[in-house]
Design a protein around this ligand. Structure first.
Ligand SMILES: *[C@@H]1O[C@H](CO)[C@@H](O)[C@H](O)[C@H]1NC(C)=O
Ligand SMILES: *[C@@H]1O[C@H](CO)[C@@H](O)[C@H](O)[C@H]1NC(C)=O
Ligand SMILES: *[C@@H]1O[C@H](CO)[C@@H](O)[C@H](O)[C@H]1NC(C)=O
Length: 322
């Protein structure tokens, strides 16, 4: 993004910054009172057009964040409300000090121009990293909450996503989306100008996913809070650098986060769907933390000795350079 576009964006933000969603209450009416984690959530005001390529458009995924380690993109994240973002626990394996991290929202590029002041304005520091207490460094319970150090300003390009108490109704959906700035193929980093990528994926039943992962010989058990998504033929998947980003499906006009990009065996290979953390499984834990005013607790130290338990063929979707 060059400086001119940056200035245009700034003007647009000033215009749309106070936009209200008029039909919000009507949308909310389609949901059970207690089934949504937060409100408002899941609304985007950019109309969907058929996307030929895989580049996204600004505002299509307004909850998508770039989780940054010392200012550089490291993982994806999603916005839940003004103070909390959701991501994957394994993103913090090597660096668990909140001070080293920030989250950028409302930008299409993971590497905005230095002249794009708005991008810097839309970066939020991390005050606290809370890993799931059940996360042991392996591939289950791969979920973390980030408390941001200041309140996020919503606009047309920055909006929170919904989380539901249950996601069982999405089990057979073929029209969910995963978004991120990760590699576009196993050995190919996203090229400049690092535009957010989107890909449509289907949720794959756990039994079928286990069957696929047993073909022809490699075996990995998908269980507990893991969800598979992609397509059995391969080719549609998240990859390194996408970890922590959202797998989202639409319901009655609202976007619901069903999964968090977690692991995979390579990227987009046949019989190796992407593995995601089932967000609804952690609904009560997330609700408890969001409700908590401010209790200070150091980020837990990871039991790094457990990491070698991971199969060498089964990789976290971190950037490969780390
Ligand atoms: C749902 O919430 C609204 C507003 O908070 C309240 O007026 C209504 O009675 C609630 N409905 C149920 C079924 O709990
Ligand atoms: C996520 O976990 C919940 C609770 O175990 C389950 O009911 C739901 O079906 C799971 N979601 C998907 C998409 O499999
Ligand atoms: C998904 O498909 C399976 C097998 O066809 C079926 O048993 C199940 O009820 C379906 N789930 C939903 C939520 O539609």
């Amino acid at each position: 993004m060059d400086a001119r576009v940056g200035a245009l964006l700034l003007a647009q933000l000033l215009v749309f910054g106070r936009q209200e969603f008029q039909d919000g209450d009507q949308l909310f009416a389609g949901f059970e009172n207690s089934s949504l984690l937060t409100w408002p959530c899941g609304q985007r005001s950019i109309s969907t057009r058929v996307v030929g390529g895989k580049d996204s458009e600004l505002g299509r995924w307004p909850w998508q964040g770039s989780l940054r380690l010392w200012g550089s993109h490291h993982c994806g994240a999603s916005l839940l409300n003004r103070r909390w973002a959701l991501t994957a626990a394994h993103c913090f394996e090597k660096h668990s000090d909140p001070f080293e991290w920030s989250v950028q929202f409302g930008e299409l590029s993971a590497s905005p121009s230095i002249w794009n002041l708005q991008a810097y304005y839309n970066r939020y520091g991390v005050e606290e990293i809370v890993l799931s207490p059940m996360y042991l460094g392996a591939s289950s319970y791969d979920i973390a909450l980030l408390k941001l150090s200041s309140s996020v300003t919503y606009n047309k390009y920055i909006q929170p996503i919904c989380v539901l108490t249950s996601s069982s109704e999405f089990q057979n959906r073929t029209d969910c989306w995963v978004t991120g700035w990760g590699d576009i193929q196993e050995d190919q980093e996203l090229p400049s100008p690092y535009i957010l990528q989107e890909v449509q994926v289907g949720i794959i039943n756990t039994a079928i996913c286990n069957y696929l992962y047993a073909q022809p010989t490699f075996r990995y058990d998908i269980w507990g809070d893991m969800i598979c998504a992609g397509n059995p033929q391969g080719g549609k998947d998240a990859c390194f650098g996408d970890s922590g980003g959202p797998l989202a499906c639409e319901k009655k006009g609202l976007w619901i986060q069903v999964g968090i990009v977690s692991w995979g065996s390579g990227c987009g290979r046949p019989n190796r769907p992407g593995v995601y953390t089932n967000v609804s499984r952690h609904f009560n834990w997330i609700r408890m933390l969001l409700a908590r005013s401010s209790v200070h607790r150091p980020a837990p130290c990871l039991p790094l000795v457990l990491l070698p338990l991971l199969s060498p063929a089964f990789h976290p979707r971190l950037p490969e350079r780390t």
